[in-house]
Design a binder for this molecule. Structure first.
Ligand SMILES: [Zn+2]
Length: 298
């Protein structure tokens, strides 16, 4: 079988917390369930799904609360460390203690060795294989986000408007890496053609979405009049509310043949965010995502 040139990276779909890691958390069972409900990109493994001959899927097998593969392992490089949400979280999305700081520091290396580094090794190997076989590689970083902002988002963004306004789809590009990132590469991995193709694919996807798709939550319309007069709440936005697209470290800022884009779906498009249940149109939504992915990697 030929190696596909595309990789689907699914970092946040699991809610699995191994029993020994559970002991590190300072939350009771109810609060932990709430945090997992808010922070897990539910059902993204089923939504972003292509056969193995079309794309290599690299899915993180445990919850991001165990360790978050989307963060830089180097704390100096990771701006989310400032809110206790670097590679090993010490805070919840509401800023409550998740782990004791000293224990997190003690456990950090073991967690990275057990989950983070093996995951990145798989991702790097898949990237190298695609480059070998095709001379290029496209990594699609597959996520979803809550329809209402979580408190931590306001702490890491200087722009309140971009946190409050929740497009149906957020397309993340590497052009806007956080200012503290240790690299300056001016969007090398998301060239203009990829931005355009991602926007087209996502627009088509929303057009196919069951029930017409992309109903923006009513509250954003209210907020729009209060805070951003004249600015429409678009169905698709670039790099808001979340910016960036993951590129494996050995290639970041240096290998132009590695292309990357992030696709984030607003969760109310496909699930009931309170119960976690899939909406009736889930299968139709998944089919629309699949078509968009095929268009993106063609
Ligand atoms: Zn995510």
């Amino acid at each position: 079988m030929t190696v596909p040139a595309a990789i689907l990276h699914v970092p946040h779909s699991s809610s699995e917390v191994p029993a020994d890691v559970r002991l590190q958390f300072l939350l009771d069972d109810k609060d932990l369930a709430d945090e997992l409900r808010l922070m897990t990109d539910w059902h993204t493994a089923e939504l972003f799904d292509l056969p193995a001959d079309e794309a290599v899927t690299v899915r993180f097998p445990v919850s991001r609360l165990v360790t978050d593969p989307e963060r830089f392992a180097d704390p100096e490089a990771e701006r989310m460390e400032a809110v206790g949400m670097g590679a090993v979280y010490t805070k919840t999305s509401h800023g409550a203690p998740l782990r004791d700081k000293a224990e997190a520091a003690r456990e950090r290396e073991a967690l990275l060795a057990r989950y983070y580094r093996p995951h990145h090794a798989v991702l790097e190997a898949a990237t190298a294989a695609a480059l070998d076989a095709h001379g290029r590689c496209l990594i699609v970083d597959c996520h979803s986000f809550p329809s209402r902002p979580l408190p931590y988002e306001f702490k890491v963004s200087a722009d309140r408007w971009s946190v409050i306004h929740r497009p149906a789809v957020c397309i993340g590009t590497d052009a806007t890496l956080p200012p503290h990132a240790p690299f300056s590469h001016a969007g090398m991995h998301t060239p203009q053609w990829l931005r355009e193709r991602a926007a087209e694919a996502c627009a088509e996807m929303l057009g196919r979405w069951p029930d017409g798709g992309a109903p923006d939550p009513a509250f954003t319309a209210d907020e729009a009049t209060q805070e951003g007069p004249g600015k429409a709440v678009a169905g698709i936005a670039f790099d808001r509310p979340f910016a960036g697209a993951l590129v494996p470290l050995p290639y970041l800022g240096s290998e132009r043949r590695v292309h990357a884009v992030m696709i984030e779906l607003r969760r109310d498009l496909y699930m009931d965010e309170g119960s976690g249940a899939r909406l009736a149109g889930f299968a139709g939504g998944a089919a629309a995502v699949k078509a968009a992915l095929r268009r993106l990697i063609a």
